[in-house]
Design a protein around this ligand. Structure first.
Ligand code: SIN
Length: 323
């Protein structure tokens, strides 16, 4: 064991050797993401396969299981459970997504053809970072995928951190930031990603957005502080942890003081060379590590897209950092 390995916390699941794994992996881009072939996730997985899959999840940060059989809600839940404890706390406004009947843990993320209302996740973000315990991971299943469009993009936040200058890294290492469910600086396209971008906005679309702003005022805001640079609890690597969707300001600074640097970091975090882009097919499953990635659901299509997602709970970051 090397000195570096000795300092790493224990992994949730013993690490398989993803690089020599029995599972067939095909990297999707230079930065992150791999497609997984030949794994039937609809039933129990052997321990070694499970370990290989988990190792690949940590290495590639987002996996896409290809050619999967249709998954029932129970199969989806059971597969997701391999990655940790399932979190069934609903999203807050404006992302009140419905759930599968009898399965409060499975959110339905559906966009009908020509739906101009809600495109959940249509902006760069990590999930629910406004919570004290943001999700560890999400397992998204494509029940129905559009023939084209509706891709999801992912960005590697280890690379985003590592590509910064030593001077900026040293500054950020000591900072915390507040994340808020009100999404104060995401702008309309973040807050109401919601309004379809596949046609020029109509006057009624603007009205729709405005009506959502009005409702936002009635909803209590959840806000929590997190380190601006977090250490991944399983890989021990450091990554950038601010996102345009939810980060509001640096702790103990005003919004006006925070915004210029946050704006730089948000743009930097999604530089094309840190990303991969996934085109969905029916029954595909994505598993992303919400601790070291951001994602963005593109709203460029006019067809039905029906997704189901299960979330894996995380742990408090501030305490995790101190531990
Ligand atoms: C999300 O969870 O942010 C949406 C992902 C997607 O539907 O592609």
């Amino acid at each position: 064991m090397t000195a570096n390995q000795a300092t790493l916390p224990e992994r949730a699941i013993p690490l398989g050797d993803a690089k020599r794994s029995k599972i067939e992996l095909e990297p999707l881009a230079g930065a992150l993401g791999a497609s997984v072939f030949g794994v039937d996730v609809s039933g129990p997985l052997a321990d070694s396969l499970r370990a290989d899959l988990y190792g690949a999840f940590l290495d590639y940060q987002v996996l896409f299981v290809k050619n999967a059989r249709p998954l029932s809600p129970i199969q989806h839940r059971d597969f997701a459970g391999l990655f940790g404890e399932i979190d069934d706390e609903p999203f807050t406004f404006p992302f009140k997504t419905p759930t599968v009947d009898g399965h409060p843990e499975i959110l339905m993320n559906v966009k009908e053809a020509a739906d101009r209302s809600l495109n959940v996740g249509g902006f760069w973000h990590a999930d629910v970072t406004y919570r004290a315990r943001p999700h560890k991971a999400a397992i998204l299943y494509a029940k129905e995928a559009p023939a084209f469009g509706g891709d999801t993009m992912f960005a590697n936040q280890y690379l985003a951190y590592e590509a910064l200058s030593p001077g900026l890294r040293a500054l950020l290492d000591g900072l915390k930031a507040e994340h808020a469910s009100s999404m104060p600086y995401g702008g309309e396209s973040a807050r109401f990603a919601s309004v379809s971008r596949n046609a020029a906005p109509r006057p009624e679309d603007r009205k729709f957005a405005a009506s959502r702003y009005e409702r936002a005022a009635e909803v209590s805001v959840i806000a929590n502080d997190h380190p601006v640079v977090r250490t991944h609890p399983e890989t021990g690597r450091r990554c950038l942890y601010v996102n345009r969707g939810f980060t509001a300001r640096f702790t103990d600074m005003t919004a006006a003081e925070s915004l210029p640097l946050l704006e730089f970091l948000w743009e930097h975090a999604s530089r094309p060379e840190f990303t991969c882009r996934y085109k969905w097919a029916q029954n595909d499953i994505a598993i992303w590590d919400n601790r070291c990635t951001q994602h963005h659901a593109l709203d460029d299509y006019n067809q039905l897209r029906r997704m189901r997602r299960v979330q894996i709970g995380g742990r408090p970051l501030i305490r995790a950092m101190a531990a």
